[in-house]
Design a protein around this ligand. Structure first.
Ligand SMILES: [Zn+2]
Ligand SMILES: [Zn+2]
Length: 408
């Protein structure tokens, strides 16, 4: 495919020499040879131990909810309230004991049944466009995150991950790592270690934090080749760091041979951006078609204003941080907020999941003593309340030791 495109390009374009040099350079290859996710990969559950049969609770025994899927997309539930849409009936699907996939029925309270699920191909229009919440990968992903009984959680986690790999939804590293955390949360670190090792091998975004950016760049470099252009535009962001401010809103020459524009900085080939975590995008650009580029400036009330500037002139401005003081201030403020919101600490997540898992165990084995919610349980545990001590004692009698937690 790659060679074919080059040869087609060579015959069609007089300036092909620029690209010939570029195509064979290691930095270009680094992006073009980017490994893509193999959707046919299946991660099998390792047989570290024999799982006990799942003991049904009263509630589970009475659960007859069934969800029906075709090509991995939900199309019906039972029981169904026909006065509202399928999406408003979604709770049935999310809590269903049984799923029927392309005519085959599986029991989600039985580990062998979960493991026997034949993974769908998700080859349908519905699966590619929207309706994420009807996607089996999405629904099983949620289900696995809410299941703590190890005999069900382990097979559910592995099947959810396999469905994620196979589906057309773009999952992030965080989405995958959440399942690793689930296995650590139910105190099965051997499975967690195995899963993360498999994911690093199979799912590129887990192995490389810059993967999504690099993949986007790869697509744009391919577009540039198809459009016979050596130019690529770095988009403009209203809020940006000091380093990116120097580089953003410019058109670059990919090969460096089009002297009208600056050469695309080396680090873009390494990170898909100016630095790790850079949120800018690079898009193939045709100067013959478009002479202007869009930039943001600070307008009234410090709001972003859109302005169009001459691509050639603006790309050749000095490489300096040209942000105003207000823009710098705005960036600092936004970064702090973003960091707070997106801070993702694996250890605290596992700690939370351990407690959730413990609460699930109490609901299962000491239903009469269980507080109404996980929040209530957390409070009683952190204050070492009388009721908590009673639960701890009762658990001890069932050979279950509750986790000692230091309240921070
Ligand atoms: Zn930046
Ligand atoms: Zn950036």
């Amino acid at each position: 495919m790659f060679k074919e495109i080059i040869s087609r390009f060579k015959t069609n374009n007089a300036n092909a020499t620029n690209f010939d040099v570029e195509y064979n350079s290691p930095r270009y290859m680094n992006i073009l040879k980017l490994k893509e996710l193999d959707k046919n990969t299946v991660i099998a559950v390792p047989d570290f131990e024999i799982m006990p049969e799942h003991k049904l609770t009263e509630l589970e025994r009475n659960n007859n909810y069934t969800a029906y899927y075709k090509n991995g997309m939900l199309y019906d539930v039972s029981p169904r309230d026909h006065s509202v849409s399928l999406d408003e009936n979604r709770d049935i699907a999310y809590n269903a004991r049984y799923i029927v996939l392309d005519g085959k029925k599986y029991d989600l309270y039985n580990s062998d049944s979960i493991l026997s699920i034949e993974l769908p191909t998700f080859k349908s229009e519905e699966a590619s466009f929207g309706y994420v919440t009807r996607n089996l990968a999405y629904i099983m992903n949620m289900r696995a995150k809410r299941t703590f009984a190890p005999e069900l959680a382990i097979p559910l986690v592995f099947q959810a991950v396999n469905l994620m790999i196979r589906s057309d939804i773009s999952w992030t590293k965080k989405d995958y790592m959440r399942h690793v955390a689930q296995l650590d949360g139910i105190d099965k670190p051997q499975y967690a270690k195995y899963l993360v090792a498999q994911l690093r091998n199979i799912v590129p975004c887990v192995a490389d934090d810059n993967y999504q950016k690099k993949l986007y760049l790869k697509r744009q470099l391919e577009n540039a080749r198809l459009w016979h252009t050596d130019l690529i535009e770095m988009t403009s962001l209203f809020t940006t760091c000091s380093e990116c401010a120097k580089y953003q809103s410019r058109v670059y020459s990919i090969s460096g041979m089009d002297k009208r524009f600056p050469k695309l900085p080396e680090q873009v080939f390494e990170y898909g951006g100016i630095h790790p975590g850079c949120t800018h995008s690079f898009n193939a650009f045709c100067y013959d078609i478009r002479k202007k580029i869009m930039i943001y400036t600070t307008g009234q009330d410090n709001e972003a204003d859109i302005v169009y500037v001459d691509a050639l002139k603006y790309s050749n401005r000095p490489f300096v941080d040209n942000r105003t003081d207000q823009e710098k201030e705005h960036y600092e403020k936004l970064t702090k907020e973003r960091e707070k919101k997106h801070r993702w600490d694996y250890d605290s997540l596992v700690k939370y999941l351990r407690r959730a898992s413990e609460y699930d165990w109490i609901c299962r084995y000491l239903p009469n003593m269980a507080p109404k919610s996980l929040g209530g349980y957390t409070r009683m545990k952190h204050t070492n309340s009388k009721n908590y001590l009673k639960i701890r004692e009762a658990a001890m009698e069932l050979n279950k030791e509750l986790i000692e937690e230091v309240n921070e």
